[in-house]
Ligand binder design. Structure first.
Ligand SMILES: Nc1ncnc2c1ncn2[C@@H]1O[C@H](COP(=O)(O)OP(=O)(O)O)[C@@H](O)[C@H]1O
Ligand SMILES: O=C(CO)[C@@H](O)[C@H](O)COP(=O)(O)O
Length: 512
């Protein structure tokens, strides 16, 4: 038993607004959590919500050095809190999906020879061809998307190969744009990482493979053969296969932590680095999603995802390889107008307070007396539309709502869209359906009540606010036994289950 509590597994999450970490022991109990907020803890990078929005309002990037400094800082915070790195058996993690990092020629050597006396930021700050890399909020690559789709025979054909039609934020289209508009930077690049594989590379002290699950969000990988698709690579940029290197299973042990982490922080030499993945795949693991459940993540983006066995890609939504089971898949839909839109309406209609926002939700009945709103502050992903639209109970377009009605219209509208899209993906809401909620806004019971009423199903949450981190710590546990044929669900069988947060109001049944 002592050995169980003496061992430790780490899961990091490089998400849009912050870097977070969760440590668990061999009994799968959480022993430590920490975080670094990009805007407030690293103000020198002048990000808003972790990103830079450019003048065209379409280009959105994040400074790669910010992520380096964030890792330096979180590890120092852990050390100062007395965290003992010497018991860490394996490290894994996740990153916001689709974002890319461009390592410049010679960077691999720098990674392999990190001086433990210095921080990662000072050692690696000159290792990137592109300082500010495109992230998932970018929607500036419409032309590249059109080109890719026509090069492979159309949107459905591209979805049949890669799991998704062409999306602006998907990495292949971002790479194509960099190749076209900054050819010198593209040529200077020796390796392209996703945010997830970039973070894994830091721990490994060498370039880490892109994993199948996060690699599915690039419009470059054949999700059935799990190899880069030749026609997609060809339509994207030259010499791309060598800049990406082969993808790897999301359960792969990539090697041991580098000498740097052993000397500087006291990690054991045999501490393994497990492939990092996307934050949504990480959350699927953290919530221990089962077939039949539906997950709703309310982070910076809102996402809805499902565990599926038989993928049927369409031109709406995405199919990704499953991060914990190589024979399964996950279906996902992403909404750009998630928490940031809720924050705007909170600021305008509830004096900037979540408590005021919640009070307003409680003060108006379910169904909002027939008032409906659509709030796309930024160009939405599904559907690709922008603008604010309000309709009253007579279906008449109106310019304003009262503050309380506005708040309920926003939240009901966001969840109605999720229900409709999930059903279009083939999801059936039946007795026994569980909605698993995660992400920052899942701490708000009044928002969860609306979710439960719209889906007419109970909503469950897990104790740890960040399911992506927790999921990656679980993935680290699983990866050490995966080669012996142990399934993920078996490896994490003893982990605490999700807890019931809210059930549908009695009136919900009549409305749905
Ligand atoms: N009590 C709350 N009610 C509603 N939303 C909240 C609450 N607390 C935090 N949030 C939202 O959570 C968001 C951050 O979610 P998080 O999952 O941590 O983001 P990410 O992982 O994308 O960095 C914030 O932008 C904020 O709007
Ligand atoms: O683009 C997607 C998924 O396709 C986003 O969900 C990103 O993965 C960002 O995640 P958060 O930081 O909002 O969790």
């Amino acid at each position: 038993m002592a050995a169980q509590t003496d061992s430790c597994y780490l899961g990091f999450d490089f998400s849009t607004q912050q870097l977070k970490v969760v440590a668990i022991d061999g009994n799968l109990q959480v022993t430590h959590q920490n975080n670094v907020q990009f805007d407030s803890d690293l103000p020198e990078f002048r990000t808003q919500g972790g990103v830079h929005i450019h003048e065209d309002r379409l280009t959105v990037t994040s400074p790669v050095c910010m992520w380096l400094k964030a890792l330096d800082l979180i590890l120092e915070k852990m050390k100062n809190a007395g965290f003992d790195f010497s018991h860490v058996k394996a490290v894994s993690g996740s990153g916001q999906q689709h974002g890319s990092v461009y390592w410049k020629k010679g960077a691999r050597r720098a990674l392999q020879h990190l001086d433990p006396g210095r921080d990662l930021h000072s050692l690696l700050q000159d290792s990137f061809a592109v300082q500010d890399g495109p992230v998932w909020m970018d929607s500036s690559t419409a032309k590249q998307c059109q080109y890719l789709e026509s090069a492979v025979g159309g949107a459905q054909q591209l979805a049949d190969i890669t799991g998704s039609r062409a999306y602006e934020r998907f990495t292949g289209n971002q790479i194509a744009k960099i190749h076209q508009f900054q050819p010198d930077k593209y040529n200077e690049t020796e390796r392209i990482s996703l945010v997830s594989s970039f973070a894994a590379s830091l721990f490994l002290g060498d370039y880490a493979a892109i994993d199948y699950s996060d690699g599915s969000g690039m419009n470059l990988m054949d999700i059935f053969t799990k190899q880069w698709s030749e026609p997609c690579l060809k339509a994207t940029a030259p010499q791309l296969a060598e800049k990406l290197s082969d993808p790897a299973s999301s359960t792969a042990a990539l090697g041991f932590v580098s000498h740097y982490f052993v000397k500087r922080f006291g990690f054991p030499e045999d501490c393994k680095v497990i492939a990092f993945t996307g934050d949504n795949p990480g959350s699927l693991a953290g919530m221990r999603l089962q077939e039949g459940d539906i997950a709703v993540s309310l982070g910076t983006s809102d996402t809805v995802f499902l565990w599926i066995k038989e993928p049927r890609p369409t031109v709406e939504g995405h199919i990704f390889c499953n991060p914990v089971d190589n024979l399964s898949y996950m279906a996902l839909i992403c909404y750009k107008n998630g928490s940031l839109t809720r924050e705007r309406i909170r600021n305008e209609c509830a004096g900037g307070s979540w408590e005021g926002f919640s009070r307003a939700l409680r003060s108006v009945p379910m169904g909002n007396n027939g008032n409906i709103g659509i709030y796309f502050d930024a160009m939405e992903i599904t559907p690709p539309a922008v603008g604010i639209h309000r309709f009253d109970q007579h279906n008449r377009r109106v310019d304003t709502f009262t503050q309380e009605v506005e708040i309920r219209a926003l939240v009901e509208g966001q969840f109605l869209a999720k229900r409709v899209h999930a059903q279009k993906l083939g999801y059936k809401i039946i007795p026994g359906t569980r909605v698993l909620a995660t992400g920052g806004a899942s701490s708000n019971k009044d928002i969860l009540q609306v979710l439960s009423d719209i889906f007419n199903a109970p909503v469950y949450t897990i104790d740890v606010a960040n399911s992506a981190c927790l999921g990656c710590a679980y993935r680290a546990v699983h990866a050490l036994v995966a080669e012996m044929g142990v399934s993920f669900s078996e490896a994490v069988r003893k982990a605490p289950g999700a807890q019931l947060a809210v059930t549908p109001s009695p009136e919900a049944e009549e409305e749905t």
